[in-house]
Design a protein around this ligand. Structure first.
Ligand code: IFM
Length: 784
């Protein structure tokens, strides 16, 4: 069953049935003021920090799952019937319904008995407010009078307090109302949240209980049912913003009402964005901004679903993850997690060509979380800059550091320099948590040194609280627990750092890092090779994890993929390892993370969090989509275009449109996980939007399948594709020039480049040069 379709002409995902299997969401804003909006108008907003500056409220774990939201009720003055053009919250049948999720905006249109309402929600570029632009149309053949009632429910800024300390927050928040403007204020704190509107409201409400009624719900608020706004002023309790307009329309006539919600009552902003002309201008500016962003790389291949993802929805999702890390979605409540060092470090890898400044700022923030010894805080609250060990807090007796966090920052930083050529960034002085500031290059050196100096059994990197797998908590302090995956990540980071230092003319450091890389790669290849594939590491007793001798978890995906990504396996072992993973772990929906999953009574203390999940869920044998992306990269690195493409398609959400009832999550963005083959709900996905899957799926698609990768000296074009792709095109912006790339595949190969012409001239080697001239350059690549 499908609930909508992708519209290539508008780049929108069009939802045609309001009762999607889960609320299907979109993100508003450009990382400062942000919001989540669902296909029925649900969702919530925040300013800079979803935990500490929440603007509108969300009811966690409620039914329906997305309420409250940004609603406008319609009521026919004659029939006294009321409904929501967004379907929710009234849930009255609509004659027509359509939700169009586009880049940075959502439009929901619903009509009932000849009256249609279309609401477009967006955040004007550069502003700290959200606009709801409502157009009401009389499609019937008689004059109609419609009353409209907006509804927004404010949150106390500290979203955790808002849920837990009602005794306090419920007394200190009060409302004020002036014509066209409702504010939530507090005499104790500087709070000035506002809901404003255009036109001539005939009434308002600011008190939730007055508006809704104590024994009613949002589906049938008393004020709307009776058709009489109460002009209520909330002196305590729950503050809402609601304006009532009364609109009389002749047949065929339309009228617009604009609403604004913001965390501060700035007169100029309110005046500007309650003026429909200014709203039109802002919406156009938003479109231009997204056009520019999405134009930085486009592809035209024989796979239309891949095109749609790489050109539109995957970079949209990557922008949201770079803005909000894993903090606020319908799955992550925005209460307990700030930005993750590991998570945001990986988010910087994908769209650095499109938003280099933002990537640099993110890296600066993340390097500022590093300690003198080289490890970093695990997470940070962006507003306060306060770092934290995150989930390690729950088990203070275990190491309070993670073996991988700092290494992702090395990859992100080198990728930033390759993309931009900005080597000055390496000289930028950034604070440590516990010692004097030092240039970024020294932060890199300390990160690598930390891993070098913290070893477990056999000299593999010590595990710490966990590695990439948050739920592998096997390090209890004996010094034996170790991670092959961190070892492979370390190899990749050393290799990247060696290239960087060579580029800077620091040959001896580069050579040292190459030697360290070779030593670690040899060591892993020696101690972690299990006969047919690589094992995953050791627990605190030195017992192998993810090895053929194990009772559970005899093989793990990450050990196989990272043996290739880390440059450890040679071609033979790489093929063997990936084939073993394919045979043991691959399913129609992608790779399970481990097999067999742990199936134990209680939990296994020697492994930790993984064993708290039932078999087939999340890290315990679920299809971990983030980890699956590395199978695409690994297959491409082995030159296996058929497999790389097969694995890409297995993950692509648009390929799952027709099984939406099984899948549940949005078919236009990646989810974090899918329940695995041993789970009764095999195929059901969860945690869409804010996941490392987004960044790595984009890296896998653009840099490995399509094969366009930045280097210090230019762009490499090195595709790995299915043999039956006979040609494809790419447009890529790189260091101030546009590259129009045509790839031809006359011999139906899967990888290999025979010839490259740039502006009609054949070049030596495979690196297309840097031009920095603002011009467009034609690149012709012939595979063979
Ligand atoms: O790598 C982690 C990520 O940081 C948070 N979600 C789960 C992943 C795997 O454990």
């Amino acid at each position: 069953m499908s609930y909508g379709h992708y519209d290539e002409s508008t780049r929108e995902y069009v939802v045609t049935d309001p009762e999607t299997p889960r609320p299907w969401t979109n993100y508003l804003g450009e990382g400062v003021y942000g919001g989540i909006v669902t296909n029925t108008g649900g969702g919530y907003s925040f300013h800079e920090d979803p935990r500490n500056q929440r603007v509108t409220r969300y009811r966690y774990n409620a039914i329906p799952r997305d309420q409250p939201g940004r609603y406008v009720y319609f009521r026919d003055a004659e029939s006294e019937e009321f409904w929501s053009p967004t379907y929710q919250p009234v849930k009255a049948d609509l004659d027509d319904y359509e939700c169009r999720h586009g880049p940075g905006y959502t439009t929901i249109e619903g009509s009932n008995d000849g009256i249609s309402g279309a609401i477009t929600y967006f955040v004007p570029p550069g502003e700290t407010c959200e606009v709801w632009d409502l157009e009401l149309t009389n499609d019937s053949d008689r004059e109609r009078t419609i009353e409209t009632y907006s509804y927004v429910e404010f949150s106390f800024p500290d979203a955790y307090m808002d849920q837990t300390n009602l005794d306090w927050t419920g007394q200190i928040m009060q409302a004020d109302a002036a014509p066209n403007r409702i504010t939530m204020v507090s005499s104790a704190m500087e709070i000035d949240y506002v809901h404003a509107t255009s036109g001539h409201p005939v009434g308002f409400d600011t008190d939730r209980e007055e508006f809704v009624g104590i024994y009613e719900g949002l589906e049938s608020p008393e004020v709307v049912a009776k058709g009489t706004p109460r002009d209520s002023i909330s002196t305590h309790g729950n503050v809402i913003g609601s304006f009532t307009h009364e609109i009389t329309l002749e047949p065929g006539e339309s009228e617009r009402i604009v609403y604004l919600t913001a965390p501060e009552a700035d007169d100029d902003v309110i005046e500007e964005y309650t003026d429909p002309a200014a709203v039109d201008e802002a919406f156009e500016a938003l479109g231009d901004d997204w056009d520019d962003y999405l134009a930085t790389m486009t592809v035209d291949t024989p796979d239309e679903n891949l095109n749609a993802m790489l050109n539109v929805w995957n970079p949209i999702q990557c922008r949201s993850t770079l803005y909000w890390s894993r903090s606020a979605s319908l799955y992550q409540a925005g209460l307990g997690r700030g930005m993750g060092t590991r998570d945001s470090g990986q988010d910087t890898l994908s769209i650095v060509h499109a938003v280099p400044d933002q990537v640099r700022e993110t890296l600066e923030m993340l390097w500022g979380l590093q300690f003198e010894d080289g490890h970093t805080w695990h997470q940070v609250y962006p507003l306060s800059g306060e770092g934290d060990v995150g989930i390690a807090n729950e088990e203070p007796e275990k190491p309070q550091w993670f073996s991988d966090d700092h290494l992702w920052l090395v990859l992100g930083t080198v990728q930033y320099v390759k993309e931009t050529g900005d080597t000055d960034f390496l000289d930028r002085e950034i604070d440590f948590e516990d010692t004097d500031p030092a240039p970024v290059r020294e932060h890199i050196e300390r990160a690598l040194a930390f891993t070098d100096e913290h070893r477990g059994k056999d000299g593999l990197p010590r595990l710490g609280y966990s590695d990439w797998n948050d739920t592998l908590n096997a390090d209890h302090g004996s010094g034996k627990a170790a991670s092959m995956m961190t070892g492979a990540l370390y190899c990749r980071a050393l290799d990247e750092a060696a290239g960087l230092f060579e580029h800077l003319g620091k040959e001896s450091t580069a050579n040292e890092y190459r030697a360290d890389r070779d030593a670690m790669a040899e060591l892993i290849d020696d101690v972690a090779w299990d006969g047919d594939y690589y094992m995953r590491g050791y627990d605190d007793d030195g017992t192998p994890i993810g090895a053929s001798e194990s009772e559970f978890n005899q093989i793990t995906l990450n050990a196989q993929t990272w043996s290739i990504l880390g440059g450890i396996a040679d071609q033979d072992r790489g093929e063997q390892a990936l084939s073993a993973a394919h045979d043991r772990l691959n399913t129609e929906y992608g790779f399970a993370l481990i097999d067999p999953p742990y199936d134990v009574e209680g939990t296994l203390d020697s492994i930790g969090g993984t064993t708290t999940y039932p078999p087939g869920a999340k890290e315990n044998g679920g299809i971990f989509c983030h980890a699956h992306t590395w199978s695409i990269v690994a297959a491409a690195m082995l030159g296996d275009g058929e497999r790389a493409h097969q694995y890409y398609r297995q993950l692509n959400p648009l390929e799952h449109e027709d099984i939406a009832d099984q899948r549940l999550t949005e078919p236009y963005v990646y989810s974090q996980n899918v329940l695995g083959p041993t789970h009764p709900d095999f195929g059901e996905a969860s945690n869409s939007w804010l996941t490392g899957t987004a960044s790595w799926a984009y890296v896998a698609g653009t840099q490995y399948l399509i094969g366009v990768r930045p280097t210090f000296d230019g762009l490499v074009v090195d595709p790995t594709i299915p043999a039956d792709w006979d040609a494809f095109e790419v447009t890529r912006e790189f260091r101030g020039a546009t590259y129009e790339i045509t790839v031809e595949n006359p011999d139906s190969v899967e990888s290999g480049v025979a010839e490259i012409e740039v502006d009609g001239e054949e070049i030596d080697g495979d690196v297309v040069p840097v031009f920095e001239d603002g011009d467009t350059h034609d690149v012709r690549v012939v595979m063979g």
